[in-house]
Design a protein around this ligand. Structure first.
Ligand SMILES: [Zn+2]
Length: 416
């Protein structure tokens, strides 16, 4: 009898758990924005805080144009109050006539805001520290002061007819009641978005989901999220934010930014592509991703990491024979991301013996080595001959390609 009662309890518990899960899924589906979001691309703001980033005006123009062509909805640039050069660059980028809207990121202070509204930007991303840490050690102001300041700044920007986002800094270490009260007030003042920022990179996806979900229930405006990647959660946090009803995600190319950066544009798109390929392919030019990344990597003098999402040198290579054969026949067997959609050749250098001029050409491009068609034909034949004699690892193929390229360059120099 006892046993039966226990079993019944288990069945009942399972039924009620299942009901709760279904209910949660339904709620999630109602608010989820995984198939309807906007990118606020911040390489020219957050990315400028990367230790290797020193963007010239020309660099900024190239990056802004590349991001616009990729299809991001917003480009965020450094505050024009930061320096005279920043102000002039801000005006220059606003005058490029891009499709993407231009935002600038400013402190919640009338001095900064007055300068920013005169530059031609479409909107201002206003930020102020709300956590006890920042209130004590950064600006030293209390919540009453913050509300007063926010009201003056938001009203001023709205009267200028510009978009305004109001965000706390260090949101996950801020007092939740203070935060929600503040956001309710700014929502009523008519902000376009409120922002959640994991400034120190401490949040995990569950915390993000809970906070955004709660915020979603108290404000009617859009919700923007900004996640630092100190513990490797930036992409997962962005996804969790969208699932809970966030509408805008901050990214940078290759994730560059303060410390080890924020949600990477490419990584975020790899994640979202798996969820809703049609939406992503329809709204963004994914095949330009690699070029955008190469552009920024070159400007900030870093290599694209070997395991970078989709565009890394190793992400579409397969070593095990069974995987390699399957991928040759049908890449989707072992690859959830279709290389062609990201402007990559499928199955690059899967197996040296089976390689072709096209895959060698692709590999050369990944290594930033340029050879003529005849030279590519020549090196491909040599790789095939060597791989008949011994099995070649990808790293050995790379060494061979580099040394072949060096010889070609030297031969040209001697000839010249
Ligand atoms: Zn940041």
């Amino acid at each position: 009898m006892n046993k039966r009662t226990n079993a019944d309890d288990v069945v009942n518990a399972d039924a009620s758990q299942a009901e709760t899960i279904t209910k949660n899924q339904k709620t999630t589906l109602n608010t989820s924005k995984v198939s309807n979001f906007s990118i606020i691309e911040s390489t020219l703001r957050e990315g400028e805080q990367f230790s290797n980033a020193f963007f010239s005006t020309e660099d900024k123009i190239k990056i802004a144009k590349a991001l616009d062509s990729f299809g991001v909805e917003y480009i965020e640039i450094t505050s024009p109050a930061a320096s005279e050069q920043s102000r002039q660059d801000c005006i220059t980028i606003c005058n490029l006539g891009l499709t993407a809207k231009i935002l600038t990121h400013v402190r919640c202070h009338m001095d900064d805001v007055r300068i920013a509204v005169e530059t031609g930007v479409h909107g201002l991303n206003v930020v102020i520290g709300t956590s006890a840490y920042l209130r004590e050690f950064s600006h030293g102001k209390d919540m009453e002061y913050i509300i007063e300041q926010a009201t003056e700044v938001i009203t001023f920007i709205k009267n200028k007819g510009l978009e305004v986002r109001f965000s706390s800094e260090d949101s996950f270490r801020s007092d939740l009641v203070d935060l929600l009260n503040l956001y309710k007030i700014v929502d009523k003042l008519g902000v376009n978005r409120v922002g959640i920022a994991d400034t120190v990179g401490c949040a995990n996806p569950r915390q993000v989901f809970d906070l955004v979900k709660t915020l979603r229930s108290v404000v009617s405006c859009d919700i923007e999220c900004h996640f630092h990647n100190d513990t490797g959660c930036a992409i997962a946090n962005a996804y969790a934010g969208l699932e809970a009803g966030a509408t805008h995600i901050d990214t940078t190319v290759l994730g560059i930014g303060e410390r080890n950066g924020i949600t990477s544009l490419g990584g975020f798109f790899a994640r979202m592509y798996v969820d809703d390929k049609e939406y992503i392919l329809e709204n963004y030019n994914l095949d330009q991703l690699r070029e955008v990344e190469k552009l920024v990597a070159g400007i900030v003098s870093v290599d694209i990491p070997f395991n970078n999402y989709i565009t890394g040198d190793c992400v579409i290579t397969h070593k095990p024979g069974t995987h390699a054969k399957a991928v040759i026949n049908d890449p989707e067997k072992y690859e959830i991301l279709k290389p062609n959609d990201f402007g990559m050749m499928p199955g690059c250098l899967i197996e040296p013996k089976l390689t072709s001029c096209d895959t060698v050409k692709e590999r050369l491009e990944q290594l930033d080595l340029i050879l003529s068609d005849d030279e590519i034909k020549d090196v491909t034949t040599q790789i095939k001959i060597i791989s008949e004699l011994k099995s070649l690892k990808l790293v050995e193929v790379d060494v061979f390609l580099r040394s072949f390229h060096k010889k070609v360059i030297n031969a040209h120099l001697n000839y010249d």
